[in-house]
Design a protein around this ligand. Sequence first.
Ligand code: GDP
Length: 529
Amino acid sequence: MSFKDEIQRRRTFGIISHPDAGKTTLTEKLLLFGGAIQEAGAVKNNKIKKTATSDFMEIERQRGISVATSVLAFIYKDKKINILDTPGHKDFAEDTFRTLTAVDSVIVVVDVAKGVEEQTVKLVEVCRMRSIPMIVFINKLDREGRDAFDLLDDLEQKLGLAVTPLSFPIGMGYDFKGIYNIYEKNINLFSGDSKKNIEETIAFDSIESPELEQIIGNSAAEELRDNLELVRGVYPDFDKKSYLAGTQQPVFFGSALNNFGVRELLDCFIEIAPSPRPKKAEERLVDAGEKEMSGFVFKIHANMDPKHRDRLAFIKIVSGTFERNKPYLHVRNGKKLKFSSPNAFFAEKKEIVDISYPGDIVGLHDTGNFKIGDTLTEGEELHYKGIPSFSPEHFRYINNADPMKSKQLYKGIDQLMDEGVAQLFTLEMNGRKVIGTVGALQFEVIQYRLEHEYGAKCTYENFPVFKACWVEPSDPKNDEFKEFKRVKQKFLAKDKRNQLVFLADSQFSLQMTQQKYPSVKLHFVSEFN
Ligand code: GDP
């Protein structure tokens, strides 16, 4: 197969949802179609469940599962499909945001009864900002849920999407009869048999055919015709270009648990979803078809074995081919590195591979060379954009609890921050270190890992911060900027990249600051140009 064909056949995507909407179940059914797994129950749920008593080993064990499901790859109808795992738990949202920099499209799973939920809103917003093509799958149609049109409204209003249904449910819950596939013009009857892998569909060139009554009954037939008419009247036709541009989102209905409506989703997905897209580097736009390899680190996973501190860095290949034992430039530190055992991921296994293509994810063993966002190339100075930090939600001072081990502590903190576990801020005034995390759970993880992997001990102290705001650099001679820096000195810090950050202690003080210093630009995201 030619290099170009290899690129064309790749589909790298993420499934996003609020926890419990059915992401794991859908992933599993997709893998079943690909023949990558043989039975249901093979994909482990990577949910980090918060236990009442903080059981650190439990957290670690659960993190281990999430390594196994970081990338799930399979072949379906000759397409190479890479599913990137995106934790739904909000404490790990940062992880998910970063993973979204490595996908070419996403599938959004929504629970038919719950509609759009909190995490869905946040994740879809990130995708929308980046114009990532999205397909929506409304799940659990075997249960009583909300009216289909209501849900479509919800998607438009709460998520700001421009939807167009490509399938439409016939009944719901107890009365769920099946799905009309608008895209393929056929009906798929629901039998409630989860083991069934091949579905029987009945083609309907015209929905007016009296056969419809015979198959789904008079009232359901009438209702379906009315609904489809409404769909035609209200929603635009599906337009692939708009979908690829991120301005239109097709919607499917089904039940992942019953493996119903999943094939329709997958068949449409492989046809319309994009193969690896060009990616913006600071220097230029890089096309997947370029000969020279380039890729970037979007995730780093610590080894589970505390005796081996090596980590696994996940690289998304953007262009060219990644080859085993070939030297590549680590752009940030200018070193050439060779990798003798790059891992590729298949279903739940990883294995050493000689060659990987754009769209693929390669896992590299790392002893501390990589940071999230690092770029590898064949020599060109490229820096991939789009791995921003968001304001953490929780902030605490971190103190050294064992003065004999300060070196270990700082090394540990440094490496954990490189992995993206949390963010470190150093106060301008006194050099004290503040850790910011998305969820409270991470403080425990950090303390535990510092002790077990680095032999260092830390304690925390409360530090009330409402939001971290990145300060846009300004002319140092600007009087307002000077005044801001002088008055707010107590609240200013540097992040790991040495960017200036304003740690607002309340919403009120943030508003006041913005009013008082209108020319000082504050951002909730670290990347703003
Ligand atoms: P995740 O948190 O999004 O990964 O959700 P899971 O895939 O773990 O699903 C959450 C729960 O919903 C599990 O108990 C599933 O068995 C159930 N579930 C998933 N899909 C369906 C469906 O189509 N119908 C019904 N009734 N339950 C489902």
